[in-house]
Write a protein that binds this ligand. Structure first.
Ligand code: AHR
Length: 324
């Protein structure tokens, strides 16, 4: 009789534990995580995706969707995650605006959202737990500082910059522009002569510079400040058909630190590469651990920055292997 009671008790406890986990949750402590990535436009982006996916799949089940640079598709993907009742959503947003409604839906479903890479603009900041990514304004500052220092001992009266911006309505483009402007303002000779938009895409960067070469006199430009390596590599292709010697007649400053850009830096065709760290995986996993552990008195900061550096001819020999 006693044995039978014990058996019934064990069955009851087992059923209780099984029922207390969410339908889609695995039986151990792992989570079901929806990861919405914005696109595949650069090697940087591909590494960023892989870093997050591989780190999270070590302990969790990851549902991955790519928006292919279409915000509506990303919104649809988030709705799919909500319908699936995931435990958390990782959002790497294409643009800054337009997330309010879908994130309210996630909040209503009690699903925490972690924003990575670019920022979002929502009136209620409780719609996301934290933002994990690089400090884009600091990257712009570093790019501007390189230009300022480069020309410090040159006698030139005016220094003309051509700024090749990334995708519009993204925090990354506006902050990289803002940071750069802030620093070059310390030398009144440095002016932004023209601005182009290349959407962070190599072919678009090439096309924009080709058009510029046709319509204007690029020999008037002293500095090309490009918001990412892909567009810079496109610009270098466009410059091949001109008499401009990149890195000498035209100072080139780029952001990301992709292997191909570092090769061009070593050849002297690029003067400065501001690193943009794509290795977000560990930071995301750590933030999720902290959030779900609900450590007493521990609240995640609203901003989690990843450390970065600058590469130029001054530290060529110590540039770590890029892997992207
Ligand atoms: O949002 C980060 C930027 O997006 C990277 O600098 C660029 O390479 C990517 O496309």
């Amino acid at each position: 009789m006693k044995k039978r009671n014990l058996l019934l008790m064990l069955i009851f406890l087992f059923t209780l534990t099984a029922c207390s986990t969410k339908d889609n949750k695995t039986q151990d402590n792992s989570l079901v995580i929806g990861f919405s990535q914005s696109g595949i436009e650069s090697s940087w982006r591909k590494y960023h995706t892989q870093s997050i996916r591989s780190e999270l799949t070590e302990k969790n089940q990851v549902l991955y969707r790519n928006g292919y640079m279409d915000q509506d598709k990303q919104i649809q993907d988030i709705r799919t995650f909500i319908a699936y009742k995931v435990d958390a959503i990782i959002l790497s947003p294409l643009k800054e605006d337009g997330w309010q409604t879908v994130l309210q839906e996630a909040k209503k479903a009690k699903i925490p959202v972690f924003v990575v890479d670019r920022h979002i603009n929502v009136s209620d900041t409780d719609l996301f737990v934290t933002h994990i990514g690089p400090n884009f304004k600091a990257q712009g500052n570093r790019a501007g500082l390189f230009v300022k220092n480069y020309f410090a001992d040159k006698k030139q009266k005016q220094i003309n910059v051509l700024e090749l911006k990334g995708l519009e309505n993204t925090s990354v483009s506006s902050s990289r522009a803002e940071g750069f402007k802030e620093t070059i303002a310390q030398d009144k000779r440095i002016k932004i002569a023209d601005e182009l938009t290349g959407d962070f895409i190599r072919a678009k960067g090439k096309e924009e510079i080709q058009k510029y070469i046709k319509e204007k006199d690029i020999s008037d430009i002293d500095v090309l400040y490009s918001h990412n390596d892909e567009m810079t590599l496109g610009a270098l292709e466009a410059l091949k058909n001109t008499s401009i010697n990149p890195g000498k007649d035209l100072v080139i400053v780029t952001i990301d630190g992709q292997e191909e850009a570092i090769e061009q830096l070593k050849k002297g065709n690029i003067n400065c590469v501001v690193e943009n760290n794509p290795d977000a995986g560990w930071f995301v996993a750590n933030a999720l651990d902290k959030y779900f552990a609900k450590e007493k008195n521990y609240t995640l900061p609203k901003e989690i920055y990843m450390s970065e550096t600058v590469f130029s001819e001054n530290n060529l020999s110590s540039i770590p292997t890029r892997n992207y």
